[in-house]
Design a protein around this ligand. Sequence first.
Ligand code: NAD
Length: 371
Amino acid sequence: MSAQLKKVLVTGGCGFLGSHVCEFFVKKGIEIVSYDNMTKHELTRTGFAAESARNYNWNYLKGLGINMVKADIKNLEELMEHAHGCDYIIHTAAQPAMTISWEDPLLDITTNIMGTFNVLETARTLKIPVVSCATIHIYGNKINETLREAGKKYSREPDSIDENYPTMGGTLTPLHASKAAGDIYVKVYIDTYKIEAASFRLTGIYGTRQFGGEDHGWVANLSIRSVLDWPITIFGNGKQVRDIIYVTDICDAFDAFYKNRKPGIYNIGGGRDTAISLLECIDILEDINGKRPEVKFAPDRHGDLRYFVCNIDKAKKELGWSPKIMPKDGIRKLVDWIKDNREIFLKEQKKKIKENGEIGEMEKKENIGHR
Ligand SMILES: NC(=O)c1ccc[n+]([C@@H]2O[C@H](COP(=O)([O-])OP(=O)(O)OC[C@H]3O[C@@H](n4cnc5c(N)ncnc54)[C@H](O)[C@@H]3O)[C@@H](O)[C@H]2O)c1
């Protein structure tokens, strides 16, 4: 049985998942260090107000009394210094987008491989249990060759995929390589140094405080655009399927690992109960908003994976964990948060219009949407 948890280091603490991890543990009375370099790589591409979106989670966590550190996981010395005295590391910092990975492979490899290596070295040196975030993308998109196309979604037999399924099949991008390397390194550190570690192969996550754009975080992207009345672009035919998982269910999985300490690789997703397609997500949004979003279709993108549903039996058995939140309930929470926070997405653009006296294409769309 584990000792009582007192202090947690969360890398990527100001990101979507990291900010929820910080909130989850601080609300249990545990001291938190949020360690994040506050990169804007993704946010500047979303069309949202990048500056206010970037600061939102920082300010939110500061308000919860969390110790905020602006620093880079590429800096081993600094990471080690801030991990001293912690009894759990949750590593969520990453370059998480496939598109950015092929545009900037150096950023991708240094963040995801060297960054994860530094986190594992810190855990090994200071003897701290650690969970690192991988992704189901490391199974590769050869899975696309095994699908049937019917109605509004792709399907497959067997419907779910477990941790023994071969990884890296199909057409690969730098993100596949960097995230798979992180996952392999976790196993290497478990096997070689016997550290208490896990790699969570995460499916599509969604929830409040997620500034999802077209590169990463599709449930949030569709939800934000539907609320702001911005048109949605679906890459592919919209029948792509994920067993989406609400973010607090993942926080429960981190908690379960600390309590059970069964090192290894785990699929963490909603399983077959939460499997939905993009088209079904659009239907849910229409139902919640009372209005169908405007949808355009574009060709699917290099490296896209058309179907993934996690077999989560291992996490259920070894960690005693199960997801709880169903898509409709989770998406409603996300939509409510977006409605309450519209100005974070638009603020700067309004300021820019005032300053420049001119309106760009995106801004024109927003103005139309707001009439
Ligand atoms: N969101 C999803 O649907 C999803 C799906 C599968 C896997 N994952 C994985 O979960 C993890 C968290 O994803 P997310 O959606 O919260 O991403 P995110 O982009 O919202 O958060 C990542 C955070 O890491 C920080 N960061 C990036 N580079 C850093 C560096 N060098 N040093 C310190 N901090 C750095 C960023 O500033 C950001 O705040 C990632 O490992 C991602 O690959 C996410």
